[in-house]
Design a protein around this ligand. Structure first.
Ligand SMILES: Nc1nc2c(ncn2[C@@H]2O[C@H](COP(=O)(O)OP(=O)(O)O)[C@@H](O)[C@H]2O)c(=O)[nH]1
Ligand SMILES: [Mg+2]
Length: 220
């Protein structure tokens, strides 16, 4: 079940557990705005899982270098907006979107990716991981390998995990540094190019990972 425990990344973190529900103060209203039938679930931070029907909750993590568009992708899918939020993000938090009665949590890192302080705490209990790179940044693509290694370390039971690799900013074709085919060199993964800006493939990408998570859950 879930994503493992195992080793810590480095030792200057300690940690986000007190910050887990701190995000952009401007953005408080966006949580769970797709949930219109569960009024006593206030959905801030981690404390509410006991009030949820566990079997209907899925946790997806957004992973990838800073500035690749993790937050933008999450906002595009959950809030159907782009660009006017998350001015300064600290800590980690999640948003929830209801999909046919399933509650999909999308956990977003907020700044830690710059300092390699994403640790096992963040990976714990996840069902899906979205690894994001930026098609206009070769470095962000090269680092996908590092993120995949992290997943191997922190999520030992990969069989139980749904994973998709997204190349974001497909709207910026003219400054592309990563060719569409390059992602195949990473191995056998589900991949897609998306744009949080114009929405291309965002719904398709989340549909794919949600379906995969549901299949894995129902298979055992
Ligand atoms: N052109 C374009 N810019 C994007 C896209 N997604 C994000 N950005 C921009 O890239 C920058 C970083 O996005 P952000 O979501 O904060 O990245 P994060 O650090 O991975 O969360 C911001 O200036 C966004 O407006 C996209 O699909 N297309
Ligand atoms: Mg972000």
């Amino acid at each position: 079940m879930g994503c493992g425990n195992s080793k810590e990344h480095n030792n200057n973190h300690n940690n986000n557990s007190n910050q887990l529900n701190v995000l952009d103060a401007n953005n408080n209203n966006s949580y769970d705005n797709n949930n219109n039938n569960n009024s006593n679930d206030n959905n801030s931070g981690m404390s509410n899982s006991s009030s949820q029907k566990r079997s209907n909750v899925y946790k997806i993590l957004m992973i990838g270098d800073a500035s690749v568009g993790k937050t933008s992708i999450s906002s595009r899918w959950v809030d159907e907006t782009f660009g006017n939020n998350y001015i300064a993000t600290i800590g980690v938090d999640f948003k929830v979107k209801n999909v046919n009665g399933d509650r999909i949590q999308v956990w977003d890192t907020a700044g830690q990716e710059r300092y390699s302080t994403i640790t096992s705490t963040y990976y714990r209990g996840c069902h899906g991981i979205i690894v994001v790179y930026d098609i206009t940044s070769r470095a962000s693509f090269d680092n996908v390998k590092k993120w995949l290694e992290d997943i191997k370390s922190y999520a030992p039971d990969e069989d139980q995990l749904s994973l998709i690799i997204l190349g974001n900013k497909s709207d910026m074709e003219e400054v592309r540094q990563v060719q569409s085919d390059d992602v195949k060199t990473l191995g056998e993964y589900e991949t897609m190019e998306v744009s949080a800006l114009n929405g291309e493939n965002i719904e398709a990408a989340f549909n794919m990972i949600v379906q995969s998570m549901k299949q894995k859950r129902s298979a055992h």
